[in-house]
Design a protein around this ligand. Structure first.
Ligand code: GLU
Length: 480
C-alpha cells in the first residue's frame, strides 16, 4: 500500500511551499487508495511553537487534506530514537563524541572563512573504552555520531528528477543524537519513515542532500529504502527566492483574505504540476484523478498572486448566489458590518451578491465593494478632497439637489425608476449623466467604485439613500 506523509516542523506558519508538499502527498494517497500520514517534527525545542502546530493543523484541515493517520509528534517518540541510536552505538556503527560544541563551532567558522565546508575530522571516532568510561564518569556530555562508511554509493532514482548521484565520502560523521538527547532531523526522519512504513517520500528539492544522508542511515541500519520524489522550488515572478515581497503569505492569511479552499488547492497543484497547457481550473475530484508525479516538472515553479486571485474568481463564478451569500457572511461579521450570522436578511444579501457579481474575486471583496450597504448613515464619512472630486463640473450640485427632490416623491423605488430620474434630470440640464452618477455614488458610499449605482440605491432603500444625499449636500455646503 502506498504510504506517504507530510512532516512539517512547527517553526513557522504553513506557507505555500509546505502546503503544496502536503497536497501532492495527499493527492497521491487519494489517487492510489494509499495512506497519508501527518507528522509534526517538533524536536527543535527553541524554534517550535504550539501556536504554529495549531495553525498548521487548522490550515491543513481547511484545505481538506484529512490525514489517514496522525498527527504524530516526534517529541513523543524520543525514547525510540534513543533506542536506535544506542543500538548503533553498541554495534560500533556510531560513536560517542565529547567535543565541545564551542570548539567545533570555532573550527566551522575558520573553515568557512577559508572558503571550505567544515567536516568533522573524527576526533572521537576511536576513543578507547577506558577513556570513554572515564569521561562519562567525569560527567562529560556527549553526542552520538554516525560512522559514515567510505566511498559508499548513495545514489538514488528520483521519481521527478531521475538519477541523482551521491557518495558517502561527501559527508562527515554527523550527529544523530545531540547531547541533550534530541535526535537530529535526518536521523528521526529515517526512524519515523521506517516505523510508519512510508514507502514514498515526496518533499521539496531543498531536501536532496538530506535524502542522501538519510539513505546512508537506512543502509547502516539495514532497512528498506523508500522511494523519493523531490518537487521543484517555488520562486517569485522575478525568479528570485519566494518571499513576502512577492505577496507570498501563510495559508491562513489567504483564508482570511477570502480565498476558497478549493481554489487554494487548485493553485497549489499548479505549482510544479500541470495537466496540459490548457486546463487551469480543476475541481478536487479532477485533481485526484489527474495528478501524477510524471507530470511534475523539474523546473522551478513560479508563484503568481494574480493567478491565485483569478483561480479563486473562477471557482466563485461556479457557485450559486445563495452559496456565495453564505460564504461571505463570516467576512461581513469579521469586518463588523453585521452583528451575527443570524441577524442578516438572507434574501437581501443574495440581492447584494447579485449586484456585486463578478467583482467578487475573493470573499473579502464583499467588504471592499459593498460595505456601504451595511453601514449606518453616520458611518459614511466624506473627505473634502474626495467630495470636491465627486462634484466636479458646472452645475453638478444643483442637478443632484433636484434629483434628490424628485427621488423623494418617487412611489416605486426600483432601479429602473431611479435610473430614469437621474438620466432625465441630467439631460434637462444638458449634462452627461456620468456627472450626477459619480456625485451620487460618492454621496451614498463615500467611494468612487461600487456595484451599479441604481441597483445599489434600490438595495440601500429610499430613506437611507435620500438621507445620505442630504448629508452629502450639507457637507459640500459646509466645505465650500
Ligand atoms: N520537517 C521537515 C521540514 O519541515 C520535513 C522534511 C521531510 O519531509 O522529510 O522541512
Amino acid at each position: 500500500m502506498l504510504t506517504v506523509r507530510f512532516a512539517p516542523s512547527p517553526t513557522g506558519y504553513l506557507h505555500v511551499g509546505g502546503a503544496r508538499t502536503a497536497l501532492f502527498n495527499w493527492l497521491l494517497a487519494q489517487k492510489h487508495g494509499g495512506k497519508f500520514i501527518l507528522r509534526i517534527e517538533d524536536t527543535d525545542r527553541e524554534r517550535s511553537k504550539e501556536e504554529y502546530t495549531r495553525q498548521i493543523l487548522e490550515d491543513i484541515k481547511w484545505l481538506g487534506l484529512v490525514p489517514f493517520e496522525g498527527p504524530f509528534f516526534q517529541t513523543q517518540r524520543l525514547e525510540r530514537y534513543r533506542e536506535v541510536a544506542f543500538d548503533l552505538l553498541n554495534k560500533g556503527l556510531a560513536y560517542r563524541c565529547f567535543c565541545s560544541p564551542e570548539k567545533l563551532e570555532e573550527e566551522r567558522k575558520r573553515a568557512y572563512k577559508a572558503g571550505k565546508a567544515f567536516k568533522y575530522p573524527g576526533y572521537c571516532a576511536n576513543l578507547s573504552e577506558e577513556e570513554i568510561k572515564k569521561r562519562i564518569e567525569n560527567g562529560e556530555k556527549f553526542a552520538i555520531r554516525i560512522r559514515m562508511p567510505k566511498n559508499e554509493d548513495l545514489s538514488f532514482e528520483d521519481k521527478v528528477r531521475g538519477k541523482i548521484n551521491f557518495s558517502s565520502s561527501e559527508f562527515d560523521d554527523f550527529v544523530i543524537l545531540k547531547s541533550d538527547g534530541m535526535p537530529t532531523y535526518n536521523f528521526a526522519v529515517v526512524i519515523d519513515d521506517h516505523d510508519m512504513k512510508v514507502n514514498l517520500v515526496v518533499r521539496g528539492e531543498d531536501h536532496i542532500t538530506n535524502t542522501a544522508k538519510q539513505i546512508a542511515i537506512y543502509k547502516i541500519l539495514g532497512w528498506e529504502i523508500p522511494e523519493f520524489a523531490h518537487i521543484p522550488l517555488i520562486l517569485g515572478p522575478d525568479k528570485k527566492r519566494l518571499s513576502k515581497r512577492h505577496g507570498a503569505r501563510a495559508v491562513g492569511e489567504w483564508r482570511r483574505e477570502g480565498i476558497l479552499p478549493e481554489a487554494m488547492m487548485n493553485f497549489l497543484a499548479l505549482l510544479g504540476w500541470s495537466w496540459d497547457d490548457k486546463q487551469q481550473i480543476f475541481t478536487q475530484e479532477e485533481l485526484v484523478e489527474k495528478f501524477s508525479l510524471e507530470r511534475v516538472s523539474k523546473n522551478p515553479a513560479v508563484f503568481d498572486v494574480d493567478k491565485l486571485i483569478w483561480i479563486n474568481s473562477e471557482h466563485l463564478k461556479k457557485k450559486a448566489d445563495e452559496e456565495k451569500a453564505e460564504l461571505v457572511i463570516p467576512f461581513l461579521v469579521e469586518a463588523g458590518l453585521v452583528e451575527s450570522e443570524e441577524s442578516i436578511d438572507r434574501a437581501w444579501l443574495i440581492e447584494v451578491i447579485k449586484i456585486v457579481g463578478d467583482r467578487l474575486k475573493k470573499l473579502t471583496d464583499i467588504v471592499a465593494y459593498a460595505d456601504f450597504l451595511f453601514k449606518e448613515d453616520e458611518d459614511i464619512i466624506y473627505t473634502s478632497e474626495d467630495a470636491k472630486k465627486a462634484i466636479k463640473g458646472d452645475g453638478v450640485v444643483e442637478v443632484v439637489e433636484e434629483i434628490n427632490k424628485v427621488l423623494k416623491e418617487l412611489d416605486k423605488w426600483d432601479r429602473t425608476e431611479i435610473e430614469k430620474v437621474i438620466r432625465d434630470k441630467a439631460s434637462e440640464h444638458n449634462l452627461g449623466a456620468s456627472k450626477p452618477i459619480r456625485a451620487i455614488r460618492y454621496a451614498i458610499s463615500a467611494k468612487f467604485v461600487t456595484p451599479g449605482l441604481f441597483e445599489s440605491m434600490e438595495l440601500l432603500g429610499k430613506i437611507r439613500t435620500i438621507n445620505r444625499i442630504n448629508k452629502f449636500l450639507e457637507f459640500v455646503k459646509a466645505n465650500k
